[in-house]
Ligand binder design. Structure first.
Ligand SMILES: C[S@@+](CC[C@H](N)C(=O)[O-])C[C@H]1O[C@@H](n2cnc3c(N)ncnc32)[C@H](O)[C@@H]1O
Length: 228
C-alpha cells in the first residue's frame, strides 16, 4: 500500500503536474468532495443502495467514508480502495466508529489486489463517474465477486432528456478539471449491462439542480456469467 502510494505520486510528478494542481488535487479537492458527498439529501439514497449488503463488502472509491454509518448489520468486514490519502484521513473518525473492521487494500478500482470470488458484495457510490477506466473496474468487480454476489451502485450520469445531455457534453471537460476527473455524461445503466451485469433492481430519477449534475441511477446488479 505505501509502495503503491509512492509510485502513484512519482507518476503524478513526472507527468508535470504543477504545484498548484497537485495542491488542489491532493489537499483542496478531497475536502470539497467530503462536503459535497456529505449532503444530507443523499443519505436515504445511500441507505437504499446499501440495503442487502452482507458479509465481506468491497467499497470502490471509498472517499471520506460517508457510507460507513449506513451499512446494515449484516456486513461483517469492509475492504476499501481509494487513491486519495487525504480522503482516507478525513474518514478516520467515521472509520473508528464503524461496527466492523475497515481495511484499505488498494488505490484504484481497475486493479484489485483480491482473489477471484472473494467478496460477497461491492459498493460504488459516486465513483463510476470518476474512475478513468470504468470498464476495467467493472471487469475486476465481476472477477472478485462470489457467484451470485451483487454490485450496489448509486451514481450521477447522463440525463434522459436531450437538452440536459447537450449541457452535460458541453460542461464535461470543465467538470473533469474541477472535480478530479469526474464525468457528467457517463451512461450508468449502459455501462453496467455492457460490462455483463444482469439487473436485479434499477431506478433512475432526476433531483434538484443543476440538472446536469443530478441525473441519478441506483442499481443492484450481478455478473451474468459468474466466474467459478
Ligand atoms: C465523488 S467521490 C465519491 C466518494 C465516496 N464514494 C462517496 O460516496 O462519498 C469519488 C471518489 O473516487 C475516487 N477515485 C478516483 N479515481 C479512482 C479509481 N481509479 N479507483 C477508485 N476510486 C477512485 C476519488 O478519489 C474519490 O474519493
Amino acid at each position: 500500500m505505501l509502495l503503491g502510494l509512492s509510485v502513484s505520486r512519482h507518476v503524478a510528478d513526472s507527468a508535470g503536474m504543477s504545484r498548484f494542481s497537485k495542491y488542489y488535487t491532493e489537499r483542496v479537492l478531497p475536502v470539497a468532495i467530503d462536503r459535497m458527498c456529505g449532503t444530507k439529501a443523499f443519505r436515504p439514497h445511500r441507505r437504499d443502495t446499501l440495503a442487502g449488503t452482507h458479509g465481506t463488502v468491497l467499497e470502490i472509491g471509498f472517499g471520506s467514508g460517508h457510507n460507513l454509518a449506513l451499512y446494515p448489520a449484516s456486513v461483517q468486514r469492509l475492504l476499501v480502495v481509494e487513491p486519495s490519502e487525504r480522503a482516507v484521513e478525513l474518514a478516520r473518525e467515521r472509520t473508528a466508529r464503524a461496527p466492523f473492521p475497515v481495511e484499505v487494500i488498494g488505490l484504484n478500482g481497475e486493479t484489485l489486489p483480491l482473489d477471484d470470488g472473494s467478496v460477497d458484495c461491492v459498493v460504488s457510490t459516486f465513483t463510476l463517474c470518476t474512475i478513468p477506466d470504468a470498464g476495467a473496474a467493472l471487469r475486476e468487480i465481476s472477477r472478485v465477486l462470489v457467484a451470485g454476489g451483487t454490485l450496489h451502485v448509486l451514481e450521477h450520469g447522463l440525463a434522459e432528456d436531450d437538452k440536459t445531455q447537450r449541457w452535460q457534453h458541453r460542461l464535461d471537460p470543465l467538470q473533469q478539471r474541477l472535480a478530479g476527473g469526474c464525468h457528467l455524461n457517463r451512461h450508468v445503466s449502459s455501462m453496467l449491462t455492457e460490462a455483463g451485469f444482469d439487473v436485479i433492481e434499477m431506478q433512475r430519477w432526476s433531483e434538484g439542480r443543476p440538472k446536469s449534475h443530478t441525473a441519478m441511477t441506483r442499481a443492484v446488479v450481478t455478473p451474468a456469467h459468474p466466474l467459478t
